[in-house]
Design a protein around this ligand. Sequence first.
Ligand code: SF4
Ligand SMILES: [Zn+2]
Length: 140
Amino acid sequence: MSIFGELFAIPDQPWVRDAVCATADPEAWHPPTGHSTLPARLICVDCPARKECLRWALEHNETEGVWGGYSPRQRQRLRRGERVELPTRPERGEPLECARCGVGFEATHGTAKYCSRYCSKNAQTERQQKKRQALREQAA
Ligand code: SF4
Ligand SMILES: [Zn+2]
């Protein structure tokens, strides 16, 4: 199940409404094997629901996907009581994967998430569409 589906399957949790990933490309939170979780984790860092999301994932032993800014392996380390730093901003020139289309690109600035203006603009439109869709489904 996508993180979008997982989040909306969580009943009565007010923080789910603030979840940034609920309106983003869910694949970034469940990247195929060998792909970086960094684009999703960088988005989590600024998510207003991050702490509650992480608490939920740890309490419910979520073993897949990015939750609260951490990959599954990093959450295992947190459970063992190890300290795991949240990701910092990418350095200029650092190789990243576009959070929308998955294409590799070099970060041009510290908050780079998308490969192009095209993806950035479309990601925004898709977020709005998904939000509207979710609201319609809630109202139905
Ligand atoms: S912290 Fe990340 S995974 Fe959790 S709700 Fe926010 S964006 Fe989604
Ligand atoms: Zn892209």
